[in-house]
Design a protein around this ligand. Sequence first.
Ligand code: FE2
Ligand code: FE2
Length: 338
Amino acid sequence: MMKHDLDFNMEPDFPPNNAYPPKWNFDNEKAWQLYRRAKREQWDEDNINWEEIKEYASGLDRKQRLAIAYWWSLLSNFDNATPVFAYAVVKSFENHLDTAVRGILTTITYDENRHNMVCGLSINNILPGFPFNFKPQDELERKAMLNVLWTWWNGSRYWKAYLEAYNKYTFDVLFTSFMMGEAAATTVFSTMAKGAKIRQFQEIFKNTAVDETRHYAFTHLIMSDNAGTMDDERKKLVTKQVRAGFVFLSLITYLPPKDFWKLPPWFVEVHEKMEDLARSAGFYIPDIKEKEDAWRNAIIRVGSSLKRYNIKMPAMPELGITGEEVFDIKEGDIIPVF
Ligand SMILES: [Fe+2]
Ligand SMILES: [Fe+2]
């Protein structure tokens, strides 16, 4: 029989990988600054004038409304990140990361929840019930609906991989994986804010870009704290994750590359039709050249930070960027989120 006698005269033994005991440290000043900034920069999706968006949508034809709801649905594949960061919060407590780092992750969880709310509210005010309660009236509508559902299905593959990633990678590799995504998101949302003709969307994208800029700063902080002690194997993993970030996020921010994605054969054709329809409704979506520029900017930004720590950038043949060849991105390699 096991003995369960506890010696209360001794300090208790705490099990490893456990959120207990609560512990605080106050010495990571850079992280504290970022945590404070996160609290200052909070915004409220209820302050967006949704009535105005509804009114705007009522002046559009059915296909245009579908196209805008379609875009928000695809975005939600990446902004469905509340559980992603909530899980990171759990892990950060179990591993007793710095108090301020845990605080930042908590704020990112709330940020992503807000971004996801915005996706839902946009759809609900433009084409309520899309896509699950949407009755397609022709082939284009049916295929657009299926594009969304299959994108989300790919999201479910990603979710499984993400949960397992914590058993495979260290925190520094995991969090720097978010880097490419946050950098790309920052540029894309800033571009969309500048281009948006509808004032409320302008506001949404401007605020979202502020959040994503801060998320990028977080990944940068984690990297600069850890890269100095990363061995070559970890550095290689970071290179691979940067490529994975591009592959994953390209679906909405560029064109879906062949790696990873399992999508209907008509995906790109219908996707481009939807984008054009949304544009015709005054909903600004960057064209292919602007998207490429945004990615190049993001890559230069991430690349220059990685270079400082002797971490190589992956090749991005799609954009004509040379670097370390990364082949065959599978489910298990994908970590990035917006
Ligand atoms: Fe983000
Ligand atoms: Fe986000």
